[in-house]
Design a protein around this ligand. Structure first.
Ligand SMILES: Nc1ncnc2c1ncn2[C@@H]1O[C@H](COP(=O)(O)OP(=O)(O)OP(=O)(O)O)[C@@H](O)[C@H]1O
Ligand SMILES: [Mg+2]
Length: 457
């Protein structure tokens, strides 16, 4: 039996969760505010785990989490963050502060049981931060690059990113073209302790092989014909920051060996010099290629792959996370029309067309399509026909089933879709239920009924 603290200002939700936890055989302590929670924790209540709501009056959930992480006696207590509206920012924010997990309300009994199992049986990860690391910026991530996504698959990526941000381990990002590999690398940089340093991106496929070496490692004066001045090289430029090695699969084998040495020895020897320059960089590599297959075929060094793949991060193609298509489309549409100062929206037919398209170019293709249609569509409403350039008949090509739905029953899948759409509509409507109901094309009464049955009310 564990002692679990539940912190939520919503009495009904808190008591419901407390009841479930007691049913599962645990002792439960409750607090209705962040301040009350801290009081209990500091008051000598030994607590094995905390369920913590994000939005609290006064000190909010992240504030409480940050205090716990800064307190040597409490820093190791596993904290599960709860929110009604998951965003990429609050997910990454919670995970980089060392939350154990980040759940979206409502949470089912089986989810809780599985989670507790993981908390109490898992060999705990080493504490992500120590008190004197003076962690993590208070500023929101929102000004920086955004890795949007509401699908289960993207929520997983956001959590992995948040966790990776607390370490200096090398990250290997894989995914098809346009899935957001570079955005993910930038978000990781901004969330990490290297964010005060530079973000230096090197595209290994775009630089001719004979130039790549001096570009990366630098060179001394007279190192080769044309080297009239000395040059630091991109790795040294990235010192105390993040080095983003894009298209790493295109790096020639000779350079792979040299890069491996740099990563192992943490120093660089510029071409034509005998000098070694010590470096402290966070390396993030990305590729759309299958590096394992390249290793088998002899095109990529296995030892380098191991060295790069310490934390793997896979961005699934858009066709496998259909739930992200419309939120991304709305985001790009709002951005595109902001400068033009004309509000536009997607008709139901247009939405259907977007969801039905298979997006071989992934998010980049979606962004381009929205920018194109927003400048060409004659009226404020984007019709299905305005998107005819996407090809395919409007009702053609059954969309692939999202990967995260594969194991669900139909009822569970329907519930998940309903919940995602309602949460999204409420977010877009700033919480205004009448407006959300209109967006969903259902009556206000049915919205209330559905929210109540989904535990969202
Ligand atoms: N999750 C996301 N949220 C917001 N914007 C995104 C997201 N994913 C991708 N984008 C946008 O889509 C475009 C392509 O993203 P990015 O350049 O990161 O893809 P990539 O995986 O690096 O592609 P490539 O393999 O072709 O280099 C960018 O304009 C980026 O801002
Ligand atoms: Mg890229």
């Amino acid at each position: 039996m564990a002692t679990i603290l539940v912190v939520d200002d919503d009495d009904a939700f808190r008591e419901g969760l407390a009841e479930t936890l007691s049913d599962l055989g645990h002792r439960v302590v409750q607090a209705a505010s962040g301040e009350a929670a801290l009081e209990r924790l500091h008051g000598g209540h030994a607590v094995d785990c905390v369920f913590l709501d994000f939005r609290l009056p006064g000190l909010d959930g992240l504030g409480v989490l940050e205090r716990l992480r800064g307190d040597a006696a409490l820093t190791a207590v596993p904290v599960v963050m709860l929110t009604a509206h998951a965003t990429s920012d609050n997910t990454i924010g919670a995970m980089r502060l060392g939350a154990f997990d980040h759940l979206t309300k409502p949470v089912g009994r089986s989810d809780i049981a599985a989670l507790l199992e993981r908390i109490f049986s898992a060999s705990r990860l080493p504490a992500a931060t120590s008190a004197d690391d003076a962690p993590f910026a208070e500023e929101p991530l929102s000004d920086g690059p955004l890795l949007l996504g509401v699908s289960e698959a993207m929520r997983t990526v956001q959590k992995q990113l948040g966790r990776a941000a607390t370490t200096d381990a090398t990250v290997l990002i894989t995914g098809e073209t346009g899935t957001g590999k570079e955005v993910a690398a930038r978000v990781l940089h901004e969330a990490s302790s290297y964010r005060e340093g530079p973000f230096v991106a090197v595209n290994c496929a775009a630089i001719p092989h004979e130039l790549l070496e001096s570009e990366l490692f630098g060179h001394g004066k007279g190192a080769f014909t044309g080297a009239v001045t000395e040059r630091a090289g991109r790795i040294v430029e990235a010192n105390r920051g993040t080095l983003f090695l894009d298209e790493i699969g295109d790096m020639p084998p000779a350079m792979q060996a040299k890069l491996l040495r740099v990563l192992q020895e943490k120093c660089v020897t510029p071409l034509g010099t005998s000098r070694t320059v010590p470096i402290d960089v966070r390396v993030v590599a990305a590729t759309h290629r299958d590096l394992e297959a390249m290793v088998d075929a002899g095109g990529f060094r296995q030892d380098l792959l191991y060295r790069l793949n310490v934390i793997p991060l896979h961005l699934p193609p858009l066709r496998e996370r259909i739930a992200d298509i419309l939120p991304l489309a709305e985001h790009f549409l709002a951005a595109a029309t902001k400068s033009a100062r004309r509000a536009m929206h997607l008709s139901v037919a247009a939405q259907r067309r977007l969801v039905g398209h298979t997006w071989p170019g992934n998010v980049r293709e979606l962004k381009n399509a929205i920018e194109r249609v927003s400048s060409l569509a004659p009226g404020p409403t984007i019709t299905g026909d305005d998107l005819a350039f996407l090809g395919g008949r409007p009702t053609a090509a059954e969309p692939a089933l999202p990967a995260d739905f594969a194991d669900l029953s139909l009822a569970e899948a329907v519930e998940r879709v309903e919940r995602a759409m309602i949460v999204r509509a409420l977010a877009l409507a700033n919480g205004n239920r009448a407006e959300a109901a209109r967006r969903l094309a259902i009556s206000r009464q049915s919205l209330y009924t559905k929210m109540a049955s989904l535990g969202l009310a």
